[in-house]
Design a binder for this molecule. Sequence first.
Ligand SMILES: NC(=O)c1ccc[n+]([C@@H]2O[C@H](COP(=O)([O-])OP(=O)(O)OC[C@H]3O[C@@H](n4cnc5c(N)ncnc54)[C@H](OP(=O)(O)O)[C@@H]3O)[C@@H](O)[C@H]2O)c1
Length: 401
Amino acid sequence: MISNKNLSSEVKLDVDISKKPEKPIPVSSSKAIFLTGATGFLGSFLLNQLLHKSDANIYCLTRAANAKEGKSRLINSQQSYDLQILKLSDRVIPVIGDLGNPQLGMQPEEYDDLTAYVDTVYHCGARLNFLSSYPVLKSENVNGTREVIRFAAHKKIKTLHYISSTAIFESPEYAEKTVYESDLKISTRDMVMGYSQSKWVAEQIVLLAKKHGLPTNIYRLPFIAGHSKTGICNSSDFVCRMVIGCVQAGYAPNLNFSIDLSPVDYISRAIHYLSNDLRHLNNVYHLNNPNPMRWEILSQRIKDHGYPLISIPYEEWQHRICNMDKKARLQNAIYPLLPFVMRKWHKEQLTLLELYQHHNKPYIDCKKTIKALENSSIICPTADSNLVDTYLAYWKKIGIV
Ligand SMILES: NC(=O)c1ccc[n+]([C@@H]2O[C@H](COP(=O)([O-])OP(=O)(O)OC[C@H]3O[C@@H](n4cnc5c(N)ncnc54)[C@H](OP(=O)(O)O)[C@@H]3O)[C@@H](O)[C@H]2O)c1
């Protein structure tokens, strides 16, 4: 655990950004892009967008024993999300490395070559673990971001697109307040989740790099939901596990909360669009859903589909989930999240789900982002019962509900 006073002292840049920046170029005319996190959920969709909407070679920082394994990990991720790239796959180039290591764990010669050659950097990789503490996540999420900035500033100044999170507004100070894209000085008072802390420090370091002259966009994301047309999702993420686990158990907590879900296709298209138009450079964007999904709508729709889902008071639900017989508990999607169901945070001693209730959360304003997207056809799909239908159909198809 790190105190929030000490969190500010973690915001150190230690990167020379004194070179004159190259004239930024649109992604569509980039010849070489560097992408982290391309084997992950969002990174796979982003890689796909970048491949289809540019002619660039895309160098993907990948953890693997060698290039062959790295390439097959990248291709497998595309296939697992039903994305088509086979004809373009020669332009997907694995770069073996690790966010947690100096110079991203890359071979020195490859580092030198790529830092001179690459035009644009997308930093999407991170360790997502809501149960880990800040010291555990620091190496990948904080030091890794600093290493990506070092990469972006080495040899020549490149444009950086950084994937942040609305989790940086975790402080109870923001409960029921509106937060804006223009909010850059963000309170850390009583922030407790190591993941939010690590994303807060990383974003502050990116802002520092921007202040020193690195051309940068920051995209603050809510929960990344499944594809709005196919329903394909990361079924092991927090929201999917929570919903699937409730369906499996037959009980849902009766809480007054909404889930801020933006489908992955919206997020990846919006990032591509905003990063491709130089008029939108050097900004912060909120890619949250202007109409978050209300839990009652979600659970009602699940019931309408014939699933026997009984809404019960939260404490009773906690008790039922934690006291299922061993076999049912181990098979339930919520099982790995049980510490979340029980663990209490903040002075108020609330569990994560209680923290998602309206009166504990900020309203995330995204007007500036919507305005920037107004001349595109990119609109965040409404989180309504149709979207629930799409996700349920997908979960049914893959046999998890
Ligand atoms: N998921 C959400 O709801 C959400 C919400 C807000 C913001 N975000 C942000 O969005 C970004 C993408 O999230 P996601 O859901 O797509 O994550 P994800 O599916 O867990 O993917 C994470 C990616 O980061 C890579 N990575 C992790 N540690 C690494 C390391 N030490 N070295 C190299 N690569 C490493 C992973 O590689 P491996 O395949 O080798 O593990 C993977 O490609 C992250 O920055 C996250 O903080 C996500």
